[in-house]
Structure formats: structure tokens, C-alpha cells
Write a protein of this length. Sequence first.
Length: 638
Amino acid sequence: TIYIIPPNKDIIINKGILLLMEPKITRGIRHPIDVFFRSLAEDQKEKAICIVLSGTGTEGTLGLQAVKAEGGFVIVQSPETATYEGMPGSAISTGMADLILPPEKMPDELLNYARQSLRVAKIRPKEVPGLPPDYLKKIFVLIREHTGNDFSDYKQSTINRRIEKRMFIHGIEKTHDYVLFLQQNRDEIRSLFKELLISVTKFFRDPEAFEALKKEIIPELLGNRLPDQPVRVWVVGCTTGEEAYSIAMLFKEYRDENLKHFDVQIFATDIDNDAIEKARAGVFPESIAVDVSPERLRRFFVKEKNNFRIKKEVREMIVFSVQNVIKDPPFSKLDLISCRNLLIYMNQKLQKKVLPVFHYGLNRDGFLFLGNSETVGEFADLFSVVDRQWKIYRRKGEFGMMQRGLDMALPAIEYAYAKGMKGETKGLEELVPKLLQKMLLDLYAPACVIVNDKLEIRYFHGRTGKYLEPAPGEARFNLIDMAREGLKPQLYRAAFEAQKQRRDVTVKNFHVKINGEIQNINLVVKPVRDVESLKGWLIVIFDEIPMPAGQARRRVSYKGKDAAKRIGELEQELKNSKESLQITIEELETSNEELKSTNEELQSSNEELQSTNEELETSREELQSLNEELGTVNSELQ
């Protein structure tokens, strides 16, 4: 049956029924084919079949992408058989055509596809719940070997449908035969990889959601920001760039409307290199007029024949990069992450890896923007709801639950240590004695040392040899390593507590073994509060308790009651040692977490530099092409 649309009407399909609608675009060039294809994809899902035949312009290109994203079947007329090559050529350029055929060969392929689809639909509920797991694993291994990407934790139903579709196209009925076919045809592995990647994308998808982003989130991000503080945004799974450009346009509109001049850095990533190349080019078919208002088309695009090219001022806000959010380092210190309609393709296991990564990447109170069918699930402790309807969340908590265990590389640890040491101010030698002098005047100057935030001794005062001695091995000035017998546990506990709680800690009247004799002392640990650059530093005071007149220092010899008393003291020391050990374990865990975070940040920075390098390489190639064109024009003019 052939239906012809009457003038000034669009046609859609809803629950299998064709309906006439008033066109959204009342003036200029309308795009009824894209409107219909999109409604077909939404209504019929994987049962949809669309065919693009001869015609001018780019009509049908956006619509077939929607059909393909839902797992439908796409056939395009081979351009050499078409009277007008515009529509077929534009459709083929998307890389989403399942078959490119002359019209006379289309009926047989349609019938074959329909027959196989019906056969699977009949037997699946009874016998085949999905593809055999063993063969599915082999397919995943082949894809991983050739592309570096693993799809084993993606939603099984979606994966099954798309693999079956590739089998239909090649007339293969058994999964075993398809695995053999993949092993012998690398091009098919690439085609299957493309099939599994396809997702719905368009400018301002769910316009109300983007309107909420513009009215609720962007004003808060830019409201109290200083001009030298750039806004950092990460668009995950950007495909061909429409979402990233949409967000860039929103920021540009807000800046222009409020006369604010903030630097906005948008990182847009995807695992498909071809999609990233298209996104970098910033060229879209004229049928985007269905999604982009005439005002925005005039303001942000330049018309080129049958296409629209994004303007340079918007393009320069975005860095496009190939990146796998599951295994590659994330971007960090972000104000907004947009990950729309990616999580719906992942199973629970994969979502549990990705969401903590987003939490890590966001600044405190940063925002997460998800698709309409997505939520943060069990990670409500990491994100609070800002807009429940349009799935906008705010980061909460100080530290992300980093479940994805990135290996800590030695260079990252060395860098973190060097950075920490570098943080000590250059004029320290002059500053410390003055600070010490002031504090000692208040404390009557007993023997003491000043240590930095790593408990390394930076200054000695008085006779500290009774309590500290050089540690064996390579020379070092760590306070705990140099502490004499009996002093280490109490000293470590006091220093740890003083640093953690930023308060004075005093340990009164405890014994220290000095040259075979026991000496009672008071230990005082005070944080340095007067100088901000010395935050975390401590002054450690050894206050010796004088012995009563006529009483010599006790020698280490125990009998009777003294022995029982000494046993009690040893038991107390053992208890203190256990507590110190627990504190050490906690501190090591904290240090380990900090080193992981440092490693994450370093890898994130590396990822950003690689992305920028790719952008520069692309710009260089464009400039080289332009230079060649100018040379040609110059020759012609001469």
C-alpha cells in the first residue's frame, strides 16, 4: 500500500496507526520523512524498516539514525542508480546503512529479512532465550581483540538483537557459523562493533530537560564564579557531538544574555573514533532544523549547500576525544557531567563501576545530568536529587567510592611525594626559628623539635638526645624512627591525634628508658596555627619531670612488688602498641587512598593532554589542507 501525504501535513505512526499532524515547521523547508522515520522507530522499535530512495538534500538521514538506534533495518539505494544522489549519499555517509542496493534487488532482501525475523520471533519464547553464552563470549573476545572494547557487561537483550540482525543480513542462522564468519572477516567485526555502539542522539533531545539545565543548573554554576575559574564539563558517550554542542550553546546563550565572560571547557568523549571525527568536523544535515530552532540555526550555524556547520565560537569550547569511560582514566575537577542514555545499555555490574567514577570526577556540589530512563540507583549516598523529572543530580560526600581499582604506578607515587616536599615554602629556614622563638617564650623553652606534616624533623631545640637518636641505615630525620625505646607508641599516637584533630595533645608522666635508666616525662604535641603555609606542622616538647630530692634514678632491676608493677607497665605498653598499630593501619589506608586519588588525577590530566593533542593535530591537518587550497588558488590567479 502506498500512502501520499496531503499538502501542509506531516505523517506519524502511533500504535500501528498512521496519523496526520500539523507540521512543526510552518515556513521554509520541511522534513516530513525524518518526522515519520522517528515516529516509526519509537513505535515499532526493532521491527522498523526504512528505505531511503532517490532525492535531493539530506532528508531521511536523521530519521534512519533513529531507526538504526532502535535496532531497525536500514536499506539505501545505491547512488549510481539514483536520479538524485543527495538523499542516498547523505544516508550512506552516516555509516548506518545495513544494505546499499539498486531498487530491483530490495524486494528479495526484504522478504529474507522478514522471514528470518518471524522465525526467531516464533522459536525464541519456547526454545531460545538468547544467543548461546559460549558463542557470545567468543564474539566478545573477537571484538575486544580488534577494537580494545569489551561489551560483556552490556544489556544482554540489546546485544542479542543486534548480533541477530547482523546474522540476518548475511543469511546466517546458527551462532556457531556466525562466529566462524567473524573470525574470517575483520570487516564484519568492525560492522558489528558499529552496530553495538549505535545510540539515539540529536540536538536538544528532550527539550524540557535542556531547558531545566539552562534555568536551574547553569546559573548556579556561573553565578558566583570568578572570571579566572573555568567551568569544566564532561559529555560522556557524545557519539557525533550533538549533545555536546547543545550544552555549549546553552552556556553561550547564558553568557551573552547576562554579559558574563567565563571560560567554558567541554570534554566530549566516545569510544567510536569515526563518530568523534564527525563530531570534530561539526557538519550536520539541514534536516537538523527539526530539532534546532530557527533562531539558534542563525546564531550558531553557517549554511553550506545542504548542510549546517557549527560556528567557530561554539566549536572552540569543546575538546573531542576517543575514550572508554569504563577502563580509561576519567576527567577530574568537573562542574557538570552529562551522561544521557548510556547507562541504559549497561547492566548493574557496569553501572556500579561507572557511577563512582562520575562521583570522583565531579567537584564538590557538581552536577550529574542523566537520561530520562536512568537513575543513580543504589548510589543515593553519593548523589542527591536536584530535578527528579529530568534526572539532574548533585554530588555529595567528600570522597568517591572508587570501586574501579586503578593500579598505582611508581612514577605517580614519586610525583606525589615530590609535590608534597615542594610545598614547603622556600624561606622556611628564616621562618622556623622566629616561629619557634615566639612559641618557646610561652612554654619556657624545654627540649623540643618542630616537624612537618610528614613528621620529618625540621628544627631541633635544646638537648633532645635523651629522647631521639639517629635511626640505623640511610640518614633520615623521621620523628618516629628516631624516637628511643618506650617513646615511639605514645609519640606516634599523640602526633597522629594532634594532626587529625588540630588540637594540643598532652601525655603525662610516662616512662622512657634512657641509658638503662627509667625517666618520667610529660610529652606535649602542639599544632602550628600561626602560619597557614605550615598547616599540619607540629611542635613536639619533651618536658622532663624532676626526680624527688635524694632519690636516684631507678635502675632496671625488678623484684617482688616491683616486678608485678613492671608487668602491669609492660601490659599497658602492649595495649598502647596495639592502639598505635591500629592507628598506623588507618593512616596507611588513608595514604593509600590519597595516592590512588593522586594517580587518578595524573591520569586524568594525561587524558586531557592527549585530547588537546588530538585537537591540535586535527587543526594542523585542516590548516595544511587550507594552505594547499590557497596554493592552488594562487597558481590559478598567477
